[in-house]
Ligand binder design. Structure first.
Ligand SMILES: C[S@@+](CC[C@H](N)C(=O)[O-])C[C@H]1O[C@@H](n2cnc3c(N)ncnc32)[C@H](O)[C@@H]1O
Length: 306
């Protein structure tokens, strides 16, 4: 069995063996999953992308004077590489997108290469939920980006280890921009994760197809539905696939049962306050240099220095 498939199998078995079943959200991103995510970002209810871009546009004017010398842009979970376009300028020599969905990233950066023929682009496949290394560059200031509220997708405070990992890996006097979704009215949050056209549902249900294709489980997406709910105690949105019937399936000879109405948590999106994100950055030993908000204070971008 290939390494990636084995990791997927082990993480699936571990998540589905819990009393409250879970599947890590990183497994959503096959080519189709990445395309569905793009559709989600274009939906009216999904304010996150629009608000983050609003802030990035303001930042694009400031970035050239904020940093000196030649720059390397490193983006974690870059996806469509759409936001980085807003910030690119002539001083950026390298752009390194790091993502689990490498095929999707490769096709996205083809367009970028046409727009910026001198920019050196090198996509790399990583799983940032595990320890990883940022590539080394000589004589450039390294500026990392972690956008799209992906910092909210970690379980059990693992975002602290993720932030520590980047800090150690890029060395002193380099930078990280983080896009952070802020706690707000529950209705606005739940609408964003239950778009009317159903792209969030399609994105989540696609996970069943990915599992089927990889492990031949015989599961049918028609026997599941999606729901996104705000958990007020934990201040996060949780995305669930709910079983419509009693059903069972095998994963590597192990039998799993799903009861009618049983939930599988397939996404967590933690929401922050300005204070809670500053606290988190400091625990991971980053210096908070600055932060910017959109006009409605829905979203924040933080600049951290190592
Ligand atoms: C929520 S999307 C954000 C995409 C883009 N940065 C944006 O702001 O629209 C998450 C991105 O991170 C990637 N991703 C998710 N989990 C990952 C992991 N554990 N390691 C590396 N990339 C991951 C996905 O493939 C996807 O491109």
């Amino acid at each position: 069995m290939k390494k990636d498939k084995k990791i997927f199998l082990n993480e699936l078995k571990s998540g589905l063996s819990k009393n409250n079943k879970t599947i890590p959200s990183k497994f959503h991103y096959d080519l189709l999953g990445s395309k569905y995510f793009e559709k989600i970002t274009q939906q009216k209810e999904y304010y996150l992308t629009k608000k983050e871009k609003e802030i990035l546009k303001k930042l694009s004017k400031k970035i050239p004077s904020m940093f000196t010398g030649t720059l390397s842009f490193i983006e974690l979970g870059s996806g469509a590489a759409d936001k980085i376009k807003i910030l690119l300028n002539k001083r950026v020599k390298f752009y390194i997108p790091l993502d689990i969905s490498l095929d999707f990233v490769k096709s996205s950066v083809l367009k970028l290469k046409k727009q910026y023929p001198k920019l050196k682009i090198k996509p790399i496949k990583i799983d940032y939920s595990k320890p990883f290394k940022i590539p080394k560059f000589k004589r450039t200031t390294k500026i990392c980006f972690f956008l799209g509220s992906s910092i909210g997708n970690f379980h059990n405070n693992q975002e602290v280890n993720f932030l520590k990992n980047i800090r150690k890996s890029i060395g002193k006097n380099n930078y990280l921009f983080v896009g952070v979704d802020l706690i707000k009215n529950k209705k606005i949050l739940e609408k964003a994760y239950n778009d009317k056209k159903g792209y969030t549902a399609k994105f989540s249900l696609n996970l069943i197809n990915i599992i089927n294709r990889t492990f031949n489980t015989g599961l049918n997406i028609k026997n599941f539905y999606y729901k996104g709910k705000f958990n007020n105690r934990l201040k996060c949105i949780e995305g669930f696939l709910v079983s419509k019937i009693n059903q069972s399936f095998f994963l590597d000879k192990k039998k799993f049962f799903l009861k009618k109405n049983e939930d599988i948590q397939v996404e967590v999106s933690n929401k922050f306050t300005i204070k809670s994100f500053i606290r988190l950055s400091r625990v991971a030993k980053w210096k908070v240099e600055d932060y910017w908000l959109d006009n409605r204070k829905y979203f924040a971008i933080f600049l951290l220095k190592s």
